[in-house]
Design a protein around this ligand. Structure first.
Ligand SMILES: NC(=O)c1ccc[n+]([C@@H]2O[C@H](COP(=O)([O-])OP(=O)(O)OC[C@H]3O[C@@H](n4cnc5c(N)ncnc54)[C@H](OP(=O)(O)O)[C@@H]3O)[C@@H](O)[C@H]2O)c1
Length: 484
């Protein structure tokens, strides 16, 4: 579940996100009582002096709605009790003079009057509080209480993605799949999955939600408790982040070291899969089969050794291809080649450095980019066929493209050039290969095939009962993706 690369955001100087919210225990509110009140939802508001909203410039850190922090109870002896994970649900600025005492209703420690609040603030901050002073009202909830997608949306931990076509407006389904992504972008998943649900009469919906991958543990914990959640994708940003928080990993996920799809099992466990590699291999297989050829024994040059490189190499080796793995950090290429040889036989893979590409392409049946060269951002203008020195100034770009041109001359005319990168337009590698009349495959077949495989993992039995096959799903998802 990985599609178009989200736009690179301009970096804006912001105060760091606060990591903790602490409250002092007292005779009136001892440690046990404070803890109980947070757990029971009786203590959900506190007040901080100054601006601690996300717009603030306070170096102590801002409280962002939807962000998880540690609620820390400071004992009279200066030590801290066991942290309680909480989620910030709202922050707002008030002036002491004009703030309503209603804001303090769920703030037992500050009491229910402004006088008590001022007294507490003066003690805590060791300064005189005046009516013109600004305070931040911070509302929060015990994180363990989050038990559904509805809770995650209500507390702003997740928000609905706006950009993907056919992403439902709400979650009014009896069963839903939830792909998680880090940034909103026009992903194809909702249109593909919802078209398949409709076509095969499956009463479920797919809704793509945006969240912070560093909150992965809490998000998964709530999804696990949600009886309507049946699984869904782990997209950009979540692929690595969810791995350690899942109950089980399928072999495909262990092999790739990352997860692109989560299934909730009948026992209620969350199991991670990685269908990216198989999705890519199937696209390539389709292309070779147009010439009545299979992947067995084919010589493939794999450019890159990251998470996707691992998944793709493994899927291709599993189908009998011979691999030459080339990576900027050659040690990672070596490790991947060794892993492939241990798993699929001694002569499956070799590794080499980026300056050896020219030699290896001469005998290649396919050249495959699995690196981020050519993806949106700093690497956008670079061809994956040659080393890419940053920064992306005209000199470095020219050196890369010139070198790539020379290497292209050495590629056999019947070789296939493939790129997993989706940049919204052909990558420099694909554009040049196309211009030279070579057969090419961009990242789209991989997007569709990985989705088909994930859909089959989740709904395969249901489809079989209705007489539908994986090919039917592929046809429907292909049609839907071409609309997006
Ligand atoms: N079409 C699809 O459905 C689909 C699915 C999954 C992923 N993808 C795309 O696949 C790409 C790779 O993703 P990933 O998760 O594998 O990323 P990753 O784990 O971060 O790996 C990045 C790879 O790119 C290489 N690289 C980065 N900067 C480089 C540079 N300046 N010069 C040379 N090599 C460089 C890295 O080399 P080092 O090891 O030397 O750092 C590494 O091999 C992404 O663009 C992703 O969006 C597409």
């Amino acid at each position: 579940m990985n599609e178009k690369i989200p736009p690179v955001e301009a970096s804006v100087e912001r105060p760091p996100k606060a990591q903790e919210l602490w409250v002092s225990a007292s005779e009136t509110f001892p440690e046990e009582e404070l803890s109980r009140m947070v757990h029971d939802g009786e203590f959900t508001t506190t007040v901080r002096l100054g601006d601690r909203t996300p717009n603030s410039e306070d170096p102590k850190g801002a409280y962002h709605p939807g962000h998880f922090v540690a609620f820390r109870i400071k004992r009279p002896d200066g030590t801290f009790a066991q942290d309680i994970p909480i989620v910030i649900t709202e922050t707002r600025l008030e002036q002491i003079a004009t703030m309503s005492e209603e804001a303090l209703v769920n703030d037992p420690v500050d009491g229910d009057t402004k006088e008590k609040l001022i007294a507490r603030l003066e003690g805590a901050y060791d300064k005189t509080i005046t009516p013109t002073d600004i305070v931040t009202i911070v509302n929060f909830e015990n994180a363990d209480g989050l038990a559904s997608v509805e809770d995650l949306l209500r507390t702003h931990v997740l928000t609905r993605a706006e950009a993907p076509l056919d992403n439902p407006k709400d979650i009014e389904f009896d069963r839903y799949t939830v792909p998680l992504i880090e940034h909103d972008y026009p992903a194809k998943t909702p249109v593909m999955w919802n078209a398949a649900y409709k076509a095969f009469g499956i009463d479920a919906g797919n809704i793509m939600l945006v969240g912070d991958p560093t909150s992965g543990e809490h998000i998964l914990s709530a999804l696990k408790k949600d009886e309507h959640y049946i699984g869904g994708g782990a997209g950009v940003g979540f692929k690595d982040a969810v791995v350690e928080h899942l109950d089980e990993l399928d072999e495909t996920a262990t092999e790739a070291g990352s997860v692109n799809f989560i299934l909730k099992t009948e026992a209620g466990q969350l199991r991670g899969f990685n269908t990216d590699g198989l999705g890519f291999a199937e696209g390539l297989e389709d292309l070779f089969s147009q010439n009545d050829e299979s992947l067995t024994g084919k010589r493939m040059i794999i450019l890159g050794s990251g998470g996707t490189g691992n998944a793709v190499a493994s899927a291709l080796a599993g189908k009998g291809a011979r691999l030459t793995i080339i990576n900027r950090t050659v040690e990672k290429a070596r490790q991947l080649a060794e892993k492939m040889n241990e798993r699929y036989g001694a002569d499956t893979a070799t590794a080499d450095s980026e300056d050896s590409i020219a030699t290896h392409v001469q005998t290649a049946d396919a050249i495959i980019n699995v690196s981020t060269k050519g993806s949106k951002g700093a690497l956008e203008g670079y061809s994956a066929l040659a080393p890419a020195s940053l920064p992306a100034n005209p000199e470095n770009l020219e050196a890369n493209l010139k070198s790539a041109q020379e290497i292209f001359e050495m590629i056999p005319k019947n070789a296939i050039v493939a790129d997993v990168v989706l940049a919204g337009k052909p990558t420099p590698l694909i554009a040049e290969a196309h211009a030279r009349g070579l057969r090419t495959m961009d990242g789209i077949p991989m997007v569709i095939n990985q989705g088909v495989k994930a859909f089959m993992i989740l709904h395969g039995d249901e489809l079989a009962e209705k007489g539908f096959t994986e090919d039917d799903v592929k046809r429907v998802m292909n049609e839907a993706a071409s609309r997006a």
